[in-house]
Design a protein around this ligand. Structure first.
Ligand code: F0G
Length: 376
């Protein structure tokens, strides 16, 4: 049984005073948003923390958990930050929301802009965004623009345009309100573990906003006096796009941009992450490693999550599970480990091998029975 002091109980009651239900706005007190401000919300957060039934056992981790962020309204963790940022945009009198994106931010922006009645503009690196994400942005009515260049260049351009006009509101993860919303993943994990801080939190790193946000959440739990413990943060990148892993490994104070990042995990195909400083600081302060994983390992992890755990994630989101074999020397079998599954597999279905012509056809009960009796 965990026991809490009176101060801890009071601080906790204050933190969760925003609502009974698990979700981003339960922690409204932790956001720099006026209480009376109308919220632009689709019911984000409150995603399942699922204990692993297969992967944990096979890796000899007794308490491996998966936080399924694919269950957010638009299918990724971006909604946690978007609800707070778009609420702030309305408060600030913006008329247009804008972002550069590898796909998920644009899908989320588009949905929340629709909800808020704001214009949505998204700038995407041409040919590099998973079709499912593009379709989401289109369905929600965003103005989609493509760029002959990479994500970093797109971000430079939208930053410049937003800086020149107060009515254009930038919602990339450098926006501090995005970080505020995304930090609630830490609060939820703490609550879902029965008010415990995990030993390790493993998550994919792209533009490096999320790892900084989740770390901020755990640091705030400590600052509020709710807990004393902090987790070790493990940042995972694809081996073809791993500037943060390189920076951590070299122990320097700078980062070298990777000019041509390449990975099947298109969400994290980023060679020059905007929030690298904060991410490196979070990883170092938590005494965590940064790990790069090959595309083949990412796809194997994605398949194992889908076929053995029942959790279908997009490739980038499976990278933490792909990193587990590298963590054996660090993690003890009883440690509580949380892998954050950042986005749904439905966004990037083309990465699943399926030949429609190879699907067996049955047109009556006896042929179905015949197939079933073969046991395959
Ligand atoms: N996982 C998914 C599914 C993502 O879409 C992203 C980032 C990340 C992980 C990495 O998070 O950038 O905060 O380190 N996607 C951004 C986008 C870049 O535009 O949708 P990060």
């Amino acid at each position: 049984m965990l026991e809490f002091t009176r101060d801890q109980r009071l601080a906790y009651a204050n933190l969760v005073s925003g609502g009974e239900q698990l979700g981003v706005w339960r922690y409204a007190k932790a956001f720099p948003i006026d209480e009376g401000t109308p919220r632009v919300t689709l019911g984000e957060g409150g995603t399942p923390l699922v204990r692993s039934v297969f992967i944990g056992k096979s890796r000899k981790f007794k308490a491996l958990h998966l936080k399924n962020e694919g269950q957010n309204p638009t299918g990724s963790f971006k909604d946690r930050g978007m609800t707070v940022a778009v609420t702030r945009a309305l408060e600030a009198g913006a008329s247009t929301l804008i972002c550069a994106s590898t796909g998920n931010t644009s899908a989320s922006l588009a949905a929340y802009a629709a909800r808020a009645g704001l214009r949505a503009v998204v700038l995407l690196p041409a040919g590099r965004v998973a079709p499912g994400k593009l379709i989401q942005a289109a369905a929600h009515g965003a103005k989609i623009l493509k760029l002959d260049g990479d994500f970093e260049r797109a971000l430079e351009i939208v930053r410049e345009v937003a800086a020149a006009d107060d009515r254009i509101y930038l919602v990339n993860s450098i926006n501090p309100y995005r970080v505020e919303g995304q930090k609630t993943a830490a609060f939820e994990i703490y609550e879902q573990l029965g008010r415990r801080v995990p030993d390790y939190v493993v998550l994919p790193v792209g533009n490096a906003g999320n790892i900084s946000a989740v770390w901020k959440g755990f640091e705030e739990l400590r600052e509020w006096g709710i807990t004393k413990k902090l987790p070790v943060m493990v940042g995972v990148q694809a081996s073809g796009a791993a500037p943060i892993v390189e920076a951590i490994t070299k122990r320097g104070d700078s980062i070298e941009a990777w000019p041509e990042p390449s990975t099947v995990a298109s969400a994290i195909r980023i060679g020059n992450p905007a929030s690298w400083k904060k991410a490196v600081k979070a990883i170092r302060k938590s005494r965590g490693p940064a790990i790069s994983v090959e595309d083949g390992a990412i796809m194997k992890a994605r398949d194992a999550l889908a076929s053995k755990e029942g959790i279908f994630l997009e490739p980038a989101s499976a990278a933490p599970v792909a990193a587990l074999p590298h963590l054996h020397d660090l993690i003890r079998p009883d440690d509580i480990v949380v892998c954050i599954g950042t986005g749904s597999g439905l966004k990037d279905p083309e990465t699943v091998e399926l030949d429609p012509n190879a699907v067996p056809q049955v047109n009556d009960a006896s042929s179905l029975a015949g197939v079933l009796s073969r046991g395959t």
